[in-house]
Ligand binder design. Structure first.
Ligand SMILES: Nc1ncnc2c1ncn2[C@@H]1O[C@H](COP(=O)(O)OP(=O)(O)OP(=O)(O)O)[C@@H](O)[C@H]1O
Length: 252
């Protein structure tokens, strides 16, 4: 898989296409010639050890930073040329939770819906539908502060779906969750992919990836491997393949 026509086709059809993307923080190179694609309805794990460049790539995908080179196409919209259209097709869950703990789940979501021009009954209808998809509908009136970590994350994912995006981008969404909440979140997001959402899920935890998922392994800012997890692994456990292709850096 690369930055060629297949990748562009995925981007145009409703998926995500990343082509030849490079980025540096001053003299420090963070990403070099990164290219991959994710088709609609696919769950793609962006796997990389700490410092591999996952968060930098998320910053580029969400328009927080601009690549020095390369192109990103989100569901047919070129992020460089038509950023508003591209961003409107994405739902994003950042690594750091962004929730007003003193508001109810519904109020948190209404605020977000308004940012997408949704209000009134239409907003509430979409909020209910999104909460339902994450098994959170009965918690709409609870204060965010009363939710456990897993439910807060599920609320954030529901919130990211309110404007019905084609793409869902999540940056290490299970950080800090216990094993049970982590498994529930992984299962919910796989269900969303089965419903047709194109999912990019950044993680360094291989047990969050299923054999039939797509995987992009990032190592020192470059793509070390990309494709279906079971094909990349060729019978070996993913953890072993990941450790071989992208060994964690020694602590300083
Ligand atoms: N603001 C910054 N200024 C300078 N260098 C940075 C900055 N942010 C990240 N880097 C460097 O860029 C590289 C990629 O970092 P990045 O945070 O994207 O990796 P990551 O895979 O998301 O890691 P983590 O899992 O720790 O978040 C690293 O070498 C990091 O030290």
């Amino acid at each position: 898989m690369g930055a060629g026509e297949g990748a562009l086709a995925a981007g145009l059809a409703g998926g995500l296409s990343v082509q030849g993307v490079s980025f540096a923080y001053g003299a420090r190179e963070a990403l070099r010639d990164v290219g991959f694609s994710v088709a609609p309805g696919r769950f793609c794990a962006l796997l990389g050890p700490n410092g591999a460049g996952k968060s930098t790539l998320f910053a580029l995908l969400t328009g927080l930073a601009t690549p020095a080179r390369g192109r990103i196409v989100a569901a047919g919209a070129d992020l460089g040329r038509a950023p508003r259209a591209a961003l409107a097709r994405m739902g994003v869950v950042f690594q750091q939770p962004a929730i007003d703990l003193d508001l109810s789940v519904r109020r948190n979501m209404r605020y977000f819906a308004a940012l997408h021009g949704l209000s009134g009954r239409e907003a509430d209808r979409r909020i209910d539908a999104a909460l339902e998809r994450l098994g959170m509908r009965e918690r709409a009136h609870e204060k965010a502060r009363a939710l456990n970590g897993g439910h807060r994350r599920r609320m954030e994912i529901a919130r990211a779906l309110v404007h019905d995006p084609s793409l869902l981008l999540l940056d290490e969404p299970t950080a800090g969750l216990d094993a049970r909440a982590r498994a529930a979140l992984v299962a919910h997001v796989h269900d969303l992919a089965e419903d047709g959402v194109c999912v990019l899920w950044a993680t360094h935890l291989t047990d969050e990836v299923r054999a039939s998922d797509d995987v992009v392994i990032l190592h020192r800012g470059r793509v070390a491997a990309a494709g279906r997890a079971d094909e990349i692994c060729a019978g070996r456990p993913l953890a072993e393949t990941f450790a071989a292709l992208a060994p964690a850096e020694e602590a300083a």
